[in-house]
Structures are given as C-alpha cells and as structure tokens.
Write a protein that binds this ligand. Structure first.
Ligand code: ADP
Ligand code: MG
Length: 685
C-alpha cells in the first residue's frame, strides 16, 4: 500500500537531525507518529474576550500586551513570577509559581494570547499558571480558531508542532490515499473519512466536526484492536486443531487429595472451565484473573497435572527469576511425591547446566518446565508440549505468548494475571482469550489495613516497623518508582538503604534488593529474608510479583504517589499472607487532589477488582497498565470508559468483518501497521 505518512519526520521542512532528536524524545519518528500525537486538549480561540468581560471561575482566552514582569522569592524554595497585562478594557495579572524561565520568555510590550482559569484578586482578574502564546497575526493556525494544545515540553513549542502538522495536513495532499477502513464500514457507521478526521482532530473547523473526528478515530482504533485480537483467537480456534486431553486420571485426583485445603468455589469453577477446554480438540486460550493470593497457582498446577497424566509436557513462564524459582519450588513440592519431574530454566544457568536441562526437555525427561523468558529462546525444544501457562500476563506480550505456544503443536494456553481487568476493558485487551475469574479469597485471610502518611510522619512509621520487627514480624520498604532507568532506580534504593540503616532502622537487620544486583546476591538476600534472618527488606519494584513471605506484615511504600493504583495493590499483596494482621503505609507528600483521592481508595478497599474499576475511572486505561507494560498497543485516542458506545459499535463491525467472505483480508494491512511490524508474522500467515 502506498503510504505517504510512513516517512521519517526529517522529510518535513524545518526538521533537521537536531529537531528530529527533540521529536524523537516525544516518541515521534515518522510523519504518522506526529499525526498520532493527538492534542491533549483544545482552546477555543475563535472568540477572544475583552479583559473586562472575563468571567471569574471559568477558563477564558484573551489578548493583551505585557506591561511589566516581576520575580519575587517569598520563601527559599519558591519563586513567583508575575506579569501585568493590559488591553483596551482593563488590566489583568498573570502568576506562575516556580517557573523562573517564564520571565525570560516574556518582554514588556509583547502581545500575548492568554488562556487559563480566571480568579478575582482585589477586584482584578488574575490567572494562575496561564498558557500564553505570542501573537503572529499572519498565522491562522494559532489563533482565531479552535486551537490544539499538544503534549510537549520546554524544547518543543506548541506553535512549532502546529506548523509541522499544518505542513502535513493543510494543503489536502494525500487526501484520497489514506483511508484504511473498508468502505462498507465507513458508510454503514456514517464515519468521517480518514483524512478529514485527522485534519479536524488537529485543526477542528468547529466543535461538531471535532466530535465527528474523535468518533471516527476512536472507532478505527477500537475496531483494529478488536479485529487483531479476534484474528488471533479465530486463527487459533479454526485453523489449529489442538490437543485433546482425556478426563481426569489418577495424578490429578491424587494431587487434589494431597492438598492441605479444599478449593474455594471460585477455584473449582475455574478449574472446571479449564478442564472443559483441555478436553476439547480446539486449543485452549484462557485467562485466569484473580487478585494476589486468590490461589491461581494451585489451579494452574492442577491443569499441569492434567497434561502430564496425558503424557505431555507442561511449561510455566514467569516474568522474573524470583518468581520462576518460587513456582519451581512450590511445584516441585507438590509433584515430587508422585514422581513428576520439574525442571527450572532461567537465563543465568551455567552453560553446561543449561545444556543438560535443554536435553532433558527435548527428550521428555522433564515433565514440567518452569522458567523466565529463557523458555522462549530458539534453542529450547520440547518433546511434546501440551500446556503452556504464563504467569502475570501483564508483563508479557501477546507475541511472547504466541512464541511459546509455537514451541509445541498447538498446546493449550493458560494465562494468569493478578491485575484484574474491568469487564469492558477485558473484552478489548484480552479479546483473544476466554476469561475466568477468581474473586473469592481463600478462607481465613485478614484484610490488610492501609494508611496514608506524609514524610513528616516517617519517624513514627519506622518506629512502628521496628516494633513489629521486635515482635518477630518482617517488613518491606519499597523505594519510590523511577521511570527513567533501572540504574537510577537502583542508586535511589541504595541511598534509601544507607539512610534507613544509619537512621531509623539502625538496630534492625535490613537487606537491600534491586534490579541491578547480580542474581547470586539477590538470591542470598531473598534466602535471608525467607529464613527470617533479615527483618526488613528495602527494595525496588522487583518484589512486585510473586514473593511470598507469610511472616511479613508491614509494607511501607515511599513516594507512593509515583505508582499506579494497580501497582500499589500488587505491592500490597506481598503482605497479609499469614495469620497476623498486616499494615500497608503509603508515604506521600502530594498536594494534588486527584492523586490524594486515588491513594485514598486503597485505604478503603482490598478488592482488586473494585480498585481496577476506580483506577480506570480516575486515570484512564493507559495509566492503569502503567508505562512499563509491553505487548498491548496503546490506545492513542479512544477512552474505553467514555467511548464504550463506540467500543460496542466497533465490535459489531468486527463481527460483520468476520462474516464476510474476505474475512480479515480487507483490513490486514491496517492491522499490521497498527499493531506494529513485529506482529507481521502473526497476521500474515
Ligand atoms: P496467587 O497466585 O493467586 O497470587 P497463590 O496461588 O500463590 O495465589 O496462593 C496464595 C496462597 O494461598 C498459597 O500459599 C496457597 O497455598 C494458598 N491457597 C490457595 N488456595 C487455597 C485454598 N482454597 N484454601 C486455602 N489456602 C489456599
Ligand atoms: Mg501468583
């Protein structure tokens, strides 16, 4: 397909290597990336108001000249920049906190377009942290219309972004080459054509066309996402006949009766769903979602028992070495009495040991193989893989799952996730999987008590940690999340460890664990924490999944506002696993009301499903998954909660597509493009 927008942004006038570098920092490499850099919001600058008509409490736009600019420093850590501006009807004050660079960008006599929420101070209009732009009267894309405001930074101006987008879209070239949806769908759902949708999402002619543009682009996104997932599901169900397991035999029955507890009703129900799938010829593609500690692992273990008693091998893939080792140990304990051989394959095995294990896997001497993504490397060959389990799916992509599956002749696939997905979202993000849920926790769990404290209370918090340690309990301290790099995060953890061990926790045996440590050291620390020798484990998010120390009853999370709700809940799931009452303390100094509200939800509920709904409501789906998740294409424009109606419409369109004789042929190029070229192999054979 001829695609005028797949070229590098350097094809644009005014974008050389250094400017391109700035755009790259925003994730923009191609012209299409720039087109998908959708406005964060819009400002209606089609009507500029006179200063004397500004309404207190509303967001207004007006034009005025700068009279003077002053910086003041009322406190050591605060700089206030004030600018007084004037038009024919009056004066207004602009105020910025701690943005000293504003002063440099302003000059007396400058004409500005100003936008922001208006307050009244001493009967004059005042705008806190306003958006300002200098006027260039020849330029019709920055004023006199509904203007896009983009996500940007200090090095990239709104004006420059607008001019680049206008360069791409303004003259109507490529108008007829860019449609990617089947014409029948565009007509059936009365969608705006793609060019006009893109033009109006950036430069809306009016609010009506803006709404239509949003509708069209959200539809397209949700349609392609669901098409892609249905494609995979469809391919698996219809083209690939899987393994037919027989009904329960000896092994699964014996293991069941060896358990020290009975399964909960939810576990029983999910197990039945899994067995039904496994006994069918069509390959299983099932997700188990259940909160941390809800007992997913034992259900997966029983499914593995089923495949083993049918003469197949089972594989279980986990996202971290710690978690793989833990699964290895619990599966070994469960299976060994029955002569089932469990092997562990991780990235750090010595070469000859690895060869040995690979050999056992290939010859079928290992019945169950547990490992990290080391399992999907090319040199791993299975003898006869019957079931693939991947744990904590949100760390793995659809693609990795497909790759592990390809190591067998269509084995059954079971995915476990502790990140509960709201129903509306589940349909979309796991559209290629059937979903089972475990909502009920095993009996006897004590709810975790959660508190929010600011850093002024740290002394008391750590006194509490010490007193719990004195009673024989253990604690985790999680260091603030650093998104930039694992290295900086590790350094921050070291600093926190030094601070605590020479201060509040001086007399308590503490350990440190972070992602940059070598495996041997990590292992030693974990072993000492498991054995109870270490009372406090100071850690980065490496402990987020899987770690199971029932004696740990306190979790302190520093800089809690930097984490997503789902992630905090996941971390909190490390405690509350034993007989003692557990406490989670979120330390945060945030002044942001939304963030406070978000954290407060954690103090009110321990139900992960409810949290997920709330988090989604407050932050939107992109945030829910966090920036580190892989494999899920981001939604750029659709909002699953707000656009549910469009989501359902798009589902209908997908059903129609499936019912046509062409099936996916019409949309295949769009799918490949939208999911990214790494998905090519999945969509093109
Ligand atoms: P998940 O993987 O869902 O986070 P696990 O499978 O690790 O949870 O289970 C957490 C703990 O609960 C384990 O120690 C497990 O042995 C125990 N457990 C699981 N199911 C039950 C049950 N039905 N009754 C009592 N304890 C259970
Ligand atoms: Mg688990």
């Amino acid at each position: 397909m001829h695609d005028p927008w797949s070229k590098s942004i350097q094809y644009l006038k005014g974008v050389g290597p250094s400017k391109a570098g700035l755009l790259n920092k925003l994730g923009i490499f191609t012209i299409y990336d720039l087109i998908e850099h959708y406005p964060r919001r819009y400002e209606d600058r089609s009507i500029l108001k006179p200063i004397n008509a500004l309404i207190c409490g509303s967001v207004e736009t007006f034009q005025a000249k700068v009279l003077n600019i002053i910086d003041t420093k009322p406190r050591p850590n605060m700089i206030i920049t004030k600018a007084r501006v004037q038009d024919k009807t009056g004066v207004a004050n602009l105020v910025w906190f701690n943005q000293p660079y504003k002063k440099k960008s302003l000059k007396i006599g400058m004409d500005l377009i100003i936008s922001g929420k208006v307050q009244m101070k001493f009967s004059q209009s005042e705008i806190l942290n306003p958006e300002i732009e200098t006027i260039d009267s020849s330029d019709l894309i920055n004023t006199g219309r509904i203007v896009p405001i983009y996500p940007a930074n200090e090095n990239i101006s709104q004006k420059w972004l607008r001019s680049l987008l206008w360069q791409i879209l303004g003259n109507g070239q490529n108008k007829n080459d860019v449609e990617i949806l089947p014409q029948a769908i565009v007509q059936q759902y009365a969608l705006l054509d793609r060019y006009n949708a893109i033009l109006n999402i950036h430069f809306p002619q009016d609010t009506d066309l803006l709404a239509k543009a949003h509708h069209r682009l959200a539809f397209e996104e949700l349609y392609l996402l669901q098409c892609g997932l249905s494609y995979m599901k469809h391919k698996n169900k219809h083209r690939c006949i899987g393994i037919k397991h027989s009904q329960d035999g000896d092994l699964i029955k014996k293991i069941m009766s060896s358990l020290p507890f009975g399964l909960t009703n939810d576990q029983k129900h999910v197990l039945t769903e899994i067995k039904t799938d496994m006994e069918d010829t069509v390959a299983m593609q099932r997700l188990i979602q259940g909160d941390v500690g809800s007992g997913k692992t034992i259900v997966a273990a029983l499914a593995l028992a089923k495949t083993v008693e049918n003469g197949f091998q089972g594989a279980m893939m986990a996202p971290t070495e710690i978690l793989s080792e833990q699964h290895y140990e619990s599966l070994t304990a469960l299976f060994k009495p029955f002569g089932v051989r469990v092997a562990l394959l991780t990235g750090r095995l010595a070469k000859h040991r690895r060869q040995e294990i690979l050999q056992k896997i290939k010859q079928g001497q290992a019945n169950i193989v547990v490992g990290t993504h080391a399992l999907i490397q090319d040199d791993v060959e299975f003898n006869n893989l019957g079931l693939v389990v991947t744990d904590e799916q949100h760390r793995f992509g659809v693609l990795q799952r497909a790759r592990l599956q390809q190591k067998g002749a269509m084995p059954d696939v079971l995915v476990m996730t502790a990140t509960p997905i709201p129903r509306t979202l589940a349909l979309t993000v796991y559209g290629d999987l059937d979903i089972s849920s475990i909502r009920q926790l095993p009996p006897g769990r004590k709810p975790i008590r959660t508190f929010i404290r600011d850093s002024a209370a740290r002394k008391r918090v750590y006194e509490f940690v010490s007193s719990e340690a004195g009673k024989g309990r253990q604690a985790y301290v999680v260091c603030p999340l650093v998104e930039e790099s694992e290295k900086i995060e590790a350094q921050a953890a070291v600093t926190m460890y030094d601070e605590l061990t020479s201060g509040y926790l001086k007399n308590i045996p503490c350990g440190l664990i972070h992602g940059k440590m070598n495996n041997k050291d990590k292992e030693a620390i974990m072993a000492n924490f498991y054995s109870g020798q270490l009372k406090v484990l100071i850690a980065t998010t490496v402990i987020e999944v899987g770690v199971n120390v029932p004696n740990a009853t306190v979790m302190v999370i520093e800089g809690a506002d930097r984490f997503g709700l789902a992630q905090l809940h996941q971390l909190r799931g490390r405690i509350g696993r034993g007989v003692h009452l557990s406490y989670c303390i979120l330390i945060s100094d945030t002044k942001n009301e939304d963030t406070k509200e978000r954290l407060t939800i954690l103090t009110k509920t321990n139900d992960g499903f409810m949290l997920a709904e709330e988090d989604l409501r407050l932050r939107g789906p992109g945030q829910f998954f966090g920036t580190r998740q892989h494999g899920m294409p981001d939604l750029k424009i659709a909002d699953i909660l707000k656009d549910t109606r469009i989501l359902l419409e798009a589902r209908k369109a997908v059903e129609w597509t499936l019912s046509t004789s062409d099936r996916f042929n019409l949309v295949r190029p769009a799918l490949v493009k939208w999911f990214g070229s790494s998905y090519m192999m999945i969509f093109c054979h």
